[in-house]
Write a protein that binds this ligand. Structure first.
Ligand code: HAM
Length: 460
């Protein structure tokens, strides 16, 4: 038997429905923020990631899927989404448009990592990039997107951590301070940290092997090396985060694993019991120099990405019930050939009129069809019978109460509308809620509604 590659998943059944629901919420949210969907290739020239993500990063040195194509070109499966978006921004001369360019993406990424919970070789990222603005308000807006998304999906336990790496001058000063600090102690740190010392000492702070070492904990802090301009900028970002009503904490050891960052960096952790070590749901930051590194004009940018696998894992651990359909409204049953023929046109008619309908396809007897209807959680059964059809009637059975009724075919849609949507109306009419956080804000009127401003709701 051929099995799937290590660190990859088949997405099936209810799990797949959850992902599709999350995709839908993402699309709706992005429409509200006015970000445009962008799709770039899953593979790109290897050089893009070497220059974009950084030669010394773990991603580029150890984790990329690299290969030669049949034209002897060096190709890499994308390990992240930012470099591809920046390439596309430059190639399509999007800097010529009145900015900023605000885009989002939702697609698979590839990293050759040791597979474990929350760490896969093929994984999906939803991310956003804003290209062409240095406004600190953009930093706060980008951070607000995953926060609001997680809240809309019903996730409660999250922690937002932010830090600033400052501009180039601040980063250079900080880099020197780190080299001076780590050099006398470097033999006490892991092999990778020894290599990082001169190439990229900031990455030592991000080391997964030495993360609990006192040497790392007592290392110089970024914020002490920010010049006045960078300090002021960071203060403004924090002010805007307050305006966006985002709770956060400053973590001076947060440097992120990719080379392109400067000024604001952030990560969002899941504070959910049982999550394990890979509890960072998403992260990002400002990357003002990347467009130039990739031969484009000077452009200020900010973005983030979140792993949808980790997000859904967090939702599962918090036992959040997503509003997905795991049933059919109608299951059409038959025995004879004429009933079967009738069922074919009936299911299409019902589907065209908006109902979720399934029927029998394997020639099973009635008893097995009842079982199949139960497996599909069918709400109503339509039991076709030649005698009834002669009278232009069908038998409808409520699969919960087991009540049966003969319904004239002409009256069928009306009957189903009444019975099926009545259940839904009942829920909606009973449902009223108000927002804890924004007393004067309306509820959106839907069952399982979310405050338009991301506030907590209470059903009354
Ligand atoms: P990143 O921190 O490398 O950032 O990845 C972002 C998120 O992708 C992680 O927080 C995690 O949820 C998910 N992720 C990463 N690797 C894996 C994996 N092997 N398995 C499962 N999930 C994973 C970036 O990729 C940047 N491009 C973010 C960004 C956008 N910065 C600016 N703009």
């Amino acid at each position: 038997m051929i099995t799937k590659p290590k660190g990859c998943h088949d997405l099936l059944g209810v799990e797949a429905k959850k992902w599709k629901y999350v995709d839908k919420v993402i699309d709706e949210l992005m429409e509200k923020y006015n970000y445009n969907y962008a799709r770039t290739p899953i593979f790109e020239a290897s050089e893009l990631f070497h220059r974009g993500v950084g030669e010394t990063t773990d991603i580029v040195t150890k984790e990329t899927y690299d290969f030669k194509d049949r034209g002897d070109r060096d190709i890499t499966l994308r390990p992240e989404g930012t470099a591809g978006i920046v390439r596309s921004y430059i190639e399509n001369k999007m800097y010529g448009e009145p900015g900023p360019v605000k885009v989002y993406y939702n697609g698979t990424m590839y990293r050759y990592e040791r597979p474990q919970s929350g760490r896969d070789r093929e994984f999906t990222q939803f991310g956003v990039e804003v290209l062409g603005s240095d406004d600190p308000m953009v930093d706060a807006e980008v951070i607000s997107i995953p926060v609001l998304l997680f809240k809309m999906l019903g996730l409660k336990g999250i922690k937002v951590k932010i830090n600033s790496l400052g501009d180039r001058e601040s980063r250079d000063n900080y880099r020197k301070a780190l080299i001076d600090y780590f050099t006398p102690n470097i033999d006490k740190l892991c092999e990778d940290c020894n290599e990082r010392l001169n190439k990229n000492p900031l990455r030592i702070l991000d080391c997964k092997v030495d993360k609990d070492s006192e040497i790392l904990k007592n290392a110089p802090k970024t914020l002490d090396y920010l010049n006045e301009e960078s300090k002021e900028r960071f203060e403004k970002v924090k002010e805007f985060l307050d305006e966006y009503e985002i709770d956060y904490e400053v973590d001076t050891n947060l440097v992120r694993g990719l080379d392109y960052y400067n000024h604001t960096v952030f990560e969002i952790e899941a504070e959910v019991e049982g999550f394990g070590a890979n509890n960072v749901l998403g992260g990002g930051g400002r990357y003002n120099g990347l467009v130039e590194t990739l031969d484009g004009p000077e452009t200020c940018c900010m973005g983030f990405a979140t792993g949808l696998g980790r997000l859904i894992q967090a939702l599962d651990l918090e036992q959040v019930e997503l509003p997905i359909h795991n049933d059919v409204e109608l299951f059409v049953m038959y025995v004879s050939d004429t009933e079967k023929k009738y069922s074919a046109s009936l299911v299409q008619y019902l589907r065209a009129n908006g109902f979720r309908v399934d029927t029998e396809y394997t020639g099973r007897g009635l008893k097995a069809q009842f079982k199949q209807a139960d497996r599909l959680n069918a709400k109503y059964l339509i039991l076709l019978n030649d005698e009834d059809l002669k009278n232009d009637e069908v038998k409808i059975k409520n699969n919960k109460t087991k009540e049966e009724e003969l319904v004239p075919i002409d009256y069928l849609l009306y009957y189903l509308d009444e019975h099926l949507t009545e259940e839904d109306y009942d829920i909606e009419e009973e449902h009223t809620c108000h927002c804890h956080d924004h007393e004067d804000h309306e509820c959106c009127g839907e069952h399982e509604c979310h405050c338009k401003h991301g506030g907590e709701h209470e059903e009354i």
